[in-house]
Design a protein around this ligand. Structure first.
Ligand SMILES: [Zn+2]
Length: 642
């Protein structure tokens, strides 16, 4: 039996990363893949009647070793991605992807899942709701991968998958090359942050054009990212057709929370129409304010500058609450979780950080130290380092699972500037918000109650992940106040929301448009990708030259550089609808300073939603927690669109 790359583990089975030998990753991964292969072959070859134990439990545990490795490696490469670790990832990625394909398309395993389903349906086997849900997920996943297709069609599907992987990688590479060639350091969205401050109009124009013209550089084979993106859309449409779906979006919806294409589109139409009106008003106002400074009409490169100019004249209430020291910020963070969810977070300086400088905490249900009340570990790496990814994120070493007998070991990662020895770290209001946001993800994992590790905590569909983290941000208002529940922000506070919402919705619509085509329609659109997107925006009433979409197909990394967010860029808005609604629900009790009422709702939210993770339909959890369907009105109001 191959060993793990670490030689020691600590409380809660937390790997002691100081003992990690990087040379041991590749052999350990390969051994774990072999492990799972033999386990899956054994499940498939079993000719005894299908039971929960010999199918579901056996399958769920078959990848335990591999999951542990993936989790630990995922934590370390993000927080400390040395060149060596990057190489290991590049080397192993194709093998691990092929292994996942092998499982999804394993005919014997799929048959066992179906046999178990038949025995449950006929009443020979009883399954809990979570077991039934897990089985449904496995069957749906296998179907979406093509497990029930003819072998000839499966071969075709595999070929398309390979082409897709190549095209997505070509898109990524060319985007990187284009970025490296650009005279500007460009951030993701069309509207560059520097445009807001740039006084020189010609300079604004150059920066904006460099940004919006991304996707025009031809790679070695003469194609641009625009063209590669369009080709990817064609391949995805073909793939969906092979799987028996009318388009790519329909082929991925079964594994998402959004109930239907109509549900997504009606949300977009509602938000998009209001945002367009508001954006028109904003542009008109900017025109008035800048009229004397400009000798010709307003242009898209003047938008951010104009928004900023007007904003400076407005009375916006500072709801920021000011800077906090790290100690103060952590005290609020943990105190809020205590008041809302009844948990206690205790420093564990005796446990080493998973990277130098990281802090360790233990989390208890109720008060600290009672036997059996430990929920797991919370590990926090605050400061940037050369080998660390940008931004902030949550991941972890372990998830709670009664089957795997594991508890949570989760990490939060930020990128604060390191401070000198003996100096206090100070967090801006934005950094405090990030801290609360990421801790919301951490709570989703820490409070999870699941049988299957695959369904635990944050293992929810793509369009549901960002919701609990956004909700946690509202608890900052316990310490610095906030808007009253149901209050509409003032016109001054809403300044700029029209343009920012419009450019967001327009990008969502472009993503959806590319992924709701038949193969023939996609091929026609690929003839003129720019014209296609233009037409789509017109049809939706979102074509406003002054406010272009934040992404177009030429530099839409989320959607074309991989398939994670393909037909899924709407997820952020979807999560915002849920988060705004649930935040209002908490505000209703927060504004009365009634801690009992807050704890009551907190318990409900924890028991019916956070703890459930993906052990049942997340929409069902939402209804159980709040007693009703999500209502988009809270988000509409916060954007001034009600
Ligand atoms: Zn997040």
């Amino acid at each position: 039996m191959a060993t793990m790359p670490w030689t020691a583990t600590l409380d809660y089975d937390y790997p002691d990363t100081r003992t990690v030998d990087d040379d041991a990753w590749a052999p350990a991964f390969r051994a774990a893949v072999q492990d799972q292969r033999s386990a899956v072959e054994k499940i498939a070859a079993d000719d005894s009647p299908a039971e929960v134990a010999n199918v579901l439990h056996a399958f769920a545990l078959s990848g335990s070793r591999l999951r542990q490795l993936e989790q630990a490696f995922g934590v370390l490469i993000a927080a400390d991605g040395t060149e060596k670790r990057q190489q290991i990832r590049t080397e192993l990625a194709p093998e691990l992807a092929a292994h996942q394909d092998w499982i999804s398309l394993h005919p014997g395993l799929f048959t066992r899942f179906q046999q178990l389903q038949q025995r449950i349906t006929s009443g020979d086997v009883t399954a809990s709701a979570e077991q039934q849900w897990f089985l449904d997920q496995q069957i749906r996943k296998a179907e979406v991968a093509g497990a029930d297709l003819d072998p000839a069609v499966q071969t075709e599907l595999k070929e398309i998958n390979q082409q897709l992987a190549l095209e997505e990688s070509a898109y990524t590479q060319l985007q990187l090359k284009e970025a490296a060639d650009s005279p500007f350091q460009l951030s993701l969205f069309v509207q560059q942050p520097a445009l807001a401050e740039e006084q020189d109009r010609q300079q604004r124009r150059r920066l904006f054009e460099a940004s919006v013209n991304r996707g025009t550089l031809a790679g070695e084979d003469g194609r641009t990212t625009r063209e590669i993106g369009a080709r990817i859309a064609v391949l995805r449409a073909q793939k969906a057709q092979l799987l028996g779906y009318p388009n790519f979006l329909e082929s991925v919806l079964p594994l998402r929370t959004a109930p239907s294409r109509t549900a997504v589109e009606s949300m977009l139409a509602r938000i998009g129409t209001g945002a367009r009106e508001r954006a028109e008003q904003e542009v008109a106002r900017i025109n008035e304010v800048l009229a004397d400074d400009l000798d010709d009409p307003l242009q898209p490169w003047d938008l951010s500058f104009g928004l900023e100019k007007v904003k400076a004249t407005l009375e916006t209430e500072s709801s920021g609450g000011g800077d906090l020291t790290l100690d103060e910020a952590l005290e609020r963070l943990f105190d809020a979780a205590r008041r809302v969810y009844g948990i206690t977070v205790v420093p564990r300086p005796d446990l080493p950080g998973y990277v130098p400088g990281a802090m360790s905490f233990e989390v208890f249900d109720g008060s600290a130290g009672e036997t059996g009340s430990g929920l797991g570990l919370f590990l926090l790496d605050l400061y940037s380092r050369d080998t660390k990814s940008g931004g902030a994120w949550m991941n972890g070493f372990r998830v709670p699972s009664s089957l795997a007998e594991t508890k949570a070991v989760v990490t939060n990662n930020l990128n604060l500037d390191p401070v000198a020895e003996g100096e206090q770290t100070v967090l801006s209001t934005r950094e405090q918000r990030t801290l609360f946001h990421e801790f919301g993800h951490a709570l989703h994992a820490l409070l999870a109650v699941a049988e299957f590790p695959q369904l635990s905590g944050t293992a929810v569909p793509r369009d549901n992940v960002e919701f609990p983290s956004q909700v946690n941000e509202v608890f900052q208002e316990l310490y610095r106040g906030g808007p009253a529940a149901g209050a509409t922000p003032s016109e001054d506070e809403l300044w700029g929301k029209g343009a920012s919402t419009l450019e967001h919705v327009a990008a969502v619509v472009i993503d959806l448009a590319w992924h709701t085509l038949s193969p023939e329609e996609a091929a026609a659109a690929a003839e003129d990708p720019t014209g296609f997107e233009q037409k789509v925006l017109q049809d939706w009433g979102l074509d406003m030259p002054m406010v272009p979409p934040r992404y177009h197909g030429g530099f839409f990394k989320h959607v074309f550089a991989g398939s994670g967010y393909a037909a899924g860029y709407y997820s952020y808005l979807w999560a915002q609808v849920l988060a705004a609604d649930a935040s209002e629900w908490f505000r209703e009790v927060m504004q009365n300073n009634d801690d009992d009422a807050l704890a009551f709702r907190g318990t409900q939210f924890r028991q019916e939603l956070l703890s459930r993770g993906n052990t049942r339909d997340p929409l069902q959890s939402y209804r159980a927690a709040l007693g009703r369907d999500p209502d988009p009105v809270a988000l509409m109001r916060s954007l001034g669109l009600e």
